[in-house]
Structure formats: C-alpha cells, structure tokens
Write a protein that binds this ligand. Sequence first.
Ligand code: OAD
Length: 229
Amino acid sequence: MNLVILTGAGISAESGLATFRDLGGLWSQVRLEEVATPEAFAADPDRVQGFYNARRAQLHQVAPNPAHEALARLDAAWDRGDFLLVTQNVDDLHERAGSRRLHHMHGELRRARCLACGADSPWQDDIGPDSSCPACGVSGRLRPHVVWFGEIPLGMERIEAALEVCDMFVSIGTSGRVWPAAGFAAAVRRRARTVEINLEASDGASIFHETRHGPAGRLVPQWVEEMLR
Ligand code: OAD
C-alpha cells in the first residue's frame, strides 16, 4: 500500500508553534501581503527577514510532539509500499523527530536561498543585509528558503508522482485553504482512500472518505498504531 501523508501547521501546534488561520494565528497578527510575497520582500526586505528570523529563532524553543514522532515511526517501519510525507510546514520538527522520506513543499526556515547564484544552503541564524552565501560568497543577496504566495511550491513533480500511485492519502493539521495542497485529496479520492486528521472539520472535509477530529498529538499516534498492526 503506497502512502502519501500531507501535514500542515496543526501538527506543530502542540509543540508551541502558532498556526496561520486559527484564532490568534499568524495571519491575524501580521498581514500576509506584508511578509509572505515576493512584492513584500522587494518593498521592505528588513521587515520580511525580521518575520522569518523570529520564526527561525523560535525553533530553538520547541521540540517535536507525539504526532511528529509517530509519523517518524511509521516512516521507519513502512515496508508495505511507497511512503512520502509532504509537509507545508517550514519548521524542522518532522526531521528532528526522525522522518526521512520527507518533502518540504513550502521550503524550510533553516535554509537560505541566494538570489545571486541560486544555491540554497543550511542556515541556522538570522539572515541580515551582510549575510553572505556559503556557496558563492556574495553578501546581501540571501532570502528565506520559504515559498511565498505567488511562487510555485517546491518539487511538485515528486509530489504528483507519489499522488498518482498512492493507495492512501492522509491529511493532518491543515485547513485546506491553500492550493495546490488543498486539491490533493480530490485528485486522488477515486483511487485512494482519503483520511483527514484535524482538530476540526477543514474546508475540504467532505471530500475525505474518513475524518477524525481532535488533537494531532493524540489522534496521529493512534492512527499510526492501527497502520502498523
Ligand atoms: P492553517 O493555520 O491554515 O490551518 C491549521 C489547521 O490545523 C486548522 O484547520 C486547525 O483546526 C488545525 N489544528 C490546530 N491545532 C491542531 C492540533 N493540535 N491538532 C490537529 N489540528 C490542529 O495552516 P496550514 O493549513 O498549514 O503557507 O496553512 C497552509 C499554508 O498557509 C502554510 O504552509 C503557509 C500558510 O500561509 C505559506 O506561508 C506559503
């Protein structure tokens, strides 16, 4: 059985990272047009870097929760078919929990991309106007490795190839409001079993064959135990 799992901000909520669209979420504190578009970066790079620098720094204060850990157990144990964990999250909690077959479709906070040479490199600290690219040495041209609104998510070919052959698609902790991820369940539901695990019914909940509503930290380990039985 080939598995594709999609995660969103809800899986990291119990680790202490804010989601985007819940009450008090990131997009109620700051306008996404001012920090999460190429136009915002062109207009006010310091503000945009500041937003992502703060989120990168916050990663030092959080740790994976039982939902991340359960998905890493499933990754390590799953030998009954293909496995791909696609995350919309830019945090590194899946990899810190031990996930290996993992794809960050919206990029990673702990990487930086160089606008001079195009390379992307691991990056732990703030990105500032004097930061230089580890690959080409040019300074002042690094941007967050995060996909902004209006940009194409990373590795869509890899995701589409996995979706085309998947037998089960599981969506965890995502509101289903951001495309293309919001369309994955509808794209596979004729062939694959589709399952939603989320705190509450997402916008696209009616598309799924099965829905389980409650905190990911409780429901994901339960679901993983069932899969490994
Ligand atoms: P959202 O904030 O839109 O949705 C988070 C979902 O997680 C909501 O449906 C919540 O009900 C659910 N949730 C909250 N706490 C939970 C918990 N403890 N257990 C399970 N579910 C919980 O976040 P995303 O769907 O990830 O993109 O947002 C998608 C994209 O929009 C993000 O990747 C980001 C954002 O703008 C970019 O920045 C490009």
